[in-house]
Ligand binder design. Structure first.
Ligand code: PHE
Length: 460
């Protein structure tokens, strides 16, 4: 069984792929506008606490479950516990499919914007509303992005996923560093940094905390088994504790840098940063235009290339979830599983594509009880899949590892590649968090979220 399973060639390959999964549109597109909405660094502080205190122990546990079972998400729980737990893995695969269905559309916009920037069409920023409703064009780019993802995944773990990540991640880091340094030199950069780093706690409320939690799970690719699946391809020689730390630092570090890049850009034009999802697509082109044609084209296309690369390493890991499920469970050949899964995902994404104004039905898809405005299909799926089900998946992983699989066995798995592990402080910290912090915190937020958003009960 284990012998025929493909593996990452070394630790760097694994870290590049897993950090590639984590670093994505969540860091560069979503993180800055969540910061904008959540009172600058008030949000940032809560987010950092969630990432390090709560998410890191879950992250290493997910990798350990995958490596121990040598199975992808949907099947990993079974050999380590009770078959009933497979439902958690299957829910994760479902989440991955749903997330990819809309994520891929945003990636399609990014690809389209990259082309527009190359052509010097900065006016696209003001036409964002019409652009997303140009179904033929957006559909085309979305399809192109999905095909690129599927092609890489079809090449397998070593020659596809690992190889692509080893190229894309270093380039991505180089681009973001160049752009951040450049953004800091602009007039008004300091105002941007002040907004970003000086907290406004008056904006802090339960909703901000809920979003910070959802963001930390989404950004670290947790709660749906993506890292579990990657963990199943990791050799026993490697140290999960240090690899996990590097993945977390890479993810948080790039999100932090993205803020240091975006806010100086935005404030250099005297714009209020609360623009929501459109922050990048509506505001940035105008900023590039103000740099003059040559520099604008260079910086603008580099910026959207950065986003496209970040998105690609994430869509790869999202597609790998259903693909690994089909390969492991149903023994479908990888090259067929990939295209089958991609076709389903494309079709599932159509309502999200239509819900930005094209179709009234999907645009005003649902009004939560007690909410003032209806949300569109994409926002609805984001709320269900990423903001609610991912933390729920994390809750299940913590309960499973302590009460079903048992802490002793988790620690034994974590000591492969790090024999002193059980005697370290970090082991005590991970054990304590999984047992005493994750279940009550994640459980409480899950229940409050369901009651408040979907049932309109006012709790806080
Ligand atoms: N972490 C990715 C991002 O921040 C998104 C993602 C979520 C990828 C879940 C895989 C699994 O963009």
């Amino acid at each position: 069984m284990a012998a025929s399973r493909s593996t990452f060639t070394n630790k760097f390959g694994f870290i590049a792929a897993a950090a590639g999964s984590a670093v994505g549109l969540g860091n560069i597109w979503k993180f800055p506008f969540e910061v904008g909405k959540g009172g600058g660094s008030a949000f940032l502080i809560i987010y950092l606490i969630f990432c390090f205190v709560l998410c890191y122990p879950i992250l290493v546990t997910e990798i350990a479950i995958g490596r121990r079972s040598q199975k992808s998400a949907a099947m990993a729980f079974r050999p380590l516990g009770h078959p009933r737990w497979s439902i958690v893995g299957i829910l994760g695969v479902f989440c991955g499919v749903v997330i990819l269905s809309f994520y891929n559309i945003v990636a399609g916009w990014v690809l389209g914007y990259f082309v527009e920037m190359l052509l010097g069409n900065f006016a696209i920023g003001q036409q964002f509303g019409e652009y997303v409703n140009d179904i033929a064009e957006v559909g085309g780019y979305t399809l192109a992005f999905l095909i690129a993802t599927a092609y890489i995944v079809s090449q397998g773990v070593t020659k596809g996923i690992e190889k692509a990540s080893k190229i894309l991640m270093p380039v991505l880091i180089a681009i973001i560093l160049v752009l951040t340094v450049y953004a800091m030199t602009l007039d008004g950069a300091l105002d941007g940094i002040t907004f970003y780093l000086v907290p406004d706690f008056t904006k802090l409320n339960l909703n901000v905390i809920y979003r910070a939690l959802g963001q930390s799970f989404f950004s670290l690719s947790l709660g749906l088994g993506a890292l579990m699946t990657y963990g199943s391809y990791l050799s026993r020689k490697e140290n999960i504790i240090s690899a996990g730390a590097m993945i977390t630092f890479a993810d948080v570090g790039i999100a932090f840098l993205a803020g240091l890049m975006i806010f100086p850009f935005v404030f250099s034009q005297g714009i209020e940063p609360e623009g929501g999802a459109g922050l990048i697509f509506m505001t940035m082109p105008g900023i590039f235009e103000s740099m003059g044609p040559t520099l604008g084209i260079a910086v603008g296309s580099l910026f959207f290339l950065l986003l496209a690369f970040a998105a690609l390493t994430s869509t790869i890991s999202l597609l790998e979830l259903p693909v690994a499920y089909l390969v492991d469970k149903h023994k479908v050949k990888r090259k067929y599983a990939v295209w089958y899964a991609a076709a389903v995902i494309f079709l599932l994404g159509i309502p999200s594509m239509l819900g930005n104004g094209y179709s009234e039905y999907f645009t005003k898809f649902i009004t939560y009880v007690g909410a003032e405005q209806p949300v569109n299909f994409m926002d609805f799926v984001t709320d269900v899949a990423s903001n609610t089900l991912l933390p729920f998946g994390g809750l299940m992983v913590s309960i499973f590892s302590i009460y079903i699989w048992k802490r002793r066995k988790l620690f034994r798995e974590l000591s492969h590649g790090y024999p002193e592990f059980p005697r370290t402080f970090i082991a005590r910290y991970i054990g304590f968090t999984l047992q005493y912090i994750c279940p009550p915190v994640l459980g409480a937020i899950f229940i409050i979220t369901i009651l408040e958003i979907f049932f309109g009960v006012k709790i806080i």
